[in-house]
Design a protein around this ligand. Structure first.
Ligand code: PLP
Length: 279
């Protein structure tokens, strides 16, 4: 059964309640993680929790739970749900207090964990690939923080959807392509993978990390370097990475066909290598 944990309370998602004074609700003042469980086992939970700690530290939220305690809460909530193929959402907000920009000292953060059934992913996503659009970067300068303040991403996704695309790629004023609204981007040039460095312009994606590892194992050259719109447009292959859909080929950007308009062989090889990590 789909379950919510909130500050020690456990019950259905419909019954879970937060205060209207929660700073996440009022200010988007919090951080989060999304973890996928395969056959009852969470993939890369340690990496996700390490990133949660980095995000919290970057926005000056002191996590009051010892790492082992936090891990236990998540593992127990997943176990209690009985769901084997699950999406686990972990959200920490700064806490609950009457609305005011400056947070009170010594606030107690609120912890929400939800466990849901993994949504069905149509196989055509991988066999056909998806379209993307590009748009000017209009988010903030701390994209390495997995913040729940996602208004810009919501608008970007909506713009993509209206254009019949699955993802929006952000482009800096100098033409550098950074990441998608909810994914990291890899391009293939001369048989090598290129992805934007893990700096303040992108989220250091967990799947991105494992893709770089898999590339190393397969003997595929992989570079963490900035690339621009023209590199993207003439790439042999393009794919995006993220926890939910793992590795998804991109075959069209702004209406222009990428790599012949079909998912490429290196994308498939990397995905196969990645899938073997959680099988
Ligand atoms: N970049 C952004 C902006 C994201 O929101 C996400 C995931 O939601 C990613 C990249 C991919 O991160 P991960 O591979 O850890 O899911």
């Amino acid at each position: 059964m789909e379950l919510a944990y909130f500050n020690g309370w456990v019950g259905s998602l419909e019954e879970a309640r937060v205060s209207v004074n929660d700073r996440g609700y009022n200010f988007g003042d919090g951080v989060y993680e999304v973890v996928r469980a395969y056959n009852g086992v969470m993939f890369a939970l340690e990496e996700h929790l390490a990133r949660l700690a980095l995000s919290a530290a970057a926005v000056e939220i002191d996590l009051p739970w010892a790492p082992a305690r936090l891990k236990n809460i998540i593992v127990e909530t997943l176990g209690e749900s009985g769901i084997k193929d699950a999406l686990i959402y972990i959200q920490v907000t700064r806490g609950t207090a009457p609305r005011g920009h400056v947070p009170e000292e010594e606030m107690r953060p609120n912890l929400l964990v939800t466990v849901r059934n993994m949504p069905d992913i149509p196989p055509s996503l991988y066999s056909e690939g998806v379209k993307a659009i590009t748009m000017p970067e209009f988010r903030w300068q701390m994209c390495s923080v997995k913040s729940i303040s996602l208004q810009a991403s919501v608008l970007a996704k909506r713009r993509a959807e209206r254009a019949g695309a699955a993802e929006a790629f952000f482009v800096l004023p100098d033409g550098t392509v950074t990441e998608g609204a909810s994914s990291n981007i890899f391009i293939v040039g001369d048989g090598a993978l290129i992805t934007h460095p893990a700096d303040n312009r992108v989220l250091a994606g967990v799947i991105r990390h494992f893709v770089l590892k898999v590339a190393g194992t397969l003997g595929v050259k992989a570079m963490e370097e900035p690339f621009n719109i023209s590199d993207l447009m003439k790439a042999e292959e393009v794919f995006i990475t993220g926890t939910v859909a793992e590795i998804v080929p991109v075959v069209n950007v702004d209406g222009k066909i990428i790599g012949g308009g079909r998912p490429g062989p290196l994308t498939a090889r990397i995905h196969k290598g990645f899938a073997s990590l959680h099988k």
